[in-house]
Design a protein around this ligand. Structure first.
Ligand code: ZN
Length: 181
């Protein structure tokens, strides 16, 4: 089912998400909702807190950003084991903070342990844009958002836009849920 994407200002985005039991009967429905909601919004990743579900799960389909290859994966109860020392900047957006795009520095390589959609344990290294998208979604499980990486001055400049987002005054092509009215 396509769910509403919760917008900046919604408390779920600031909570630390909890591990979800692998045999939870709700888990498959949660994953299906994440995929449907992400594709409907033309996103490349979506984390459970973004549909107001405080669980440690996210989905990624970075294929639109990859030339000649694809990457699609489900991450359940992920744990980042390590990040490389090299960081690179890239303009990131977030479905929960529509219209804002900011240059964010992230590690170019990560090591992560997780369960995939079959509940099979995985431990893998990812690089480049895939590593970036995974770090962005992982941040959502920790209650962290891209604006947290910005300087106080930059955040100050974005305040009017953030206020509009909080109030649901920004138009999006996908259903959203604002917390403050
Ligand atoms: Zn996001």
């Amino acid at each position: 089912m396509i769910r509403q994407v919760v917008l900046y200002g919604h408390p779920t985005l600031r909570q630390k998400a909890q591990p979800i039991p692998l045999d939870d009967p709700f888990l498959d429905e949660l994953l299906n909702d994440l995929w449907e909601t992400m594709y409907n919004a033309e996103g490349i990743g979506l984390a459970a807190p973004q549909i107001a579900q405080p669980w440690r799960a996210f989905v990624v389909d970075a294929s639109p950003l990859l030339e000649g290859s694809s990457f699609k994966e489900t991450f359940i109860n992920p744990q980042i084991l390590g990040t490389g020392n090299t960081q690179q900047p890239y303009e990131e957006g977030c479905l929960s903070i529509p219209t804002i795009k900011e240059k964010i520095y992230r590690s170019t390589r990560i090591r992560i342990r997780y369960y995939d959609a079959n509940r099979t344990p995985q431990e893998k290294t990812f690089e480049g844009i895939i590593a970036r998208v995974i770090q962005h979604e992982y941040d959502h499980l920790e209650g962290k958002l891209i604006i947290d990486y910005l300087s106080p001055l930059r955040r100050q400049l974005l305040r009017p836009t953030l206020l509009k987002i909080r109030k649901g005054q920004i138009k999006t092509l996908y259903p959203t849920l604002a917390y403050a009215r």
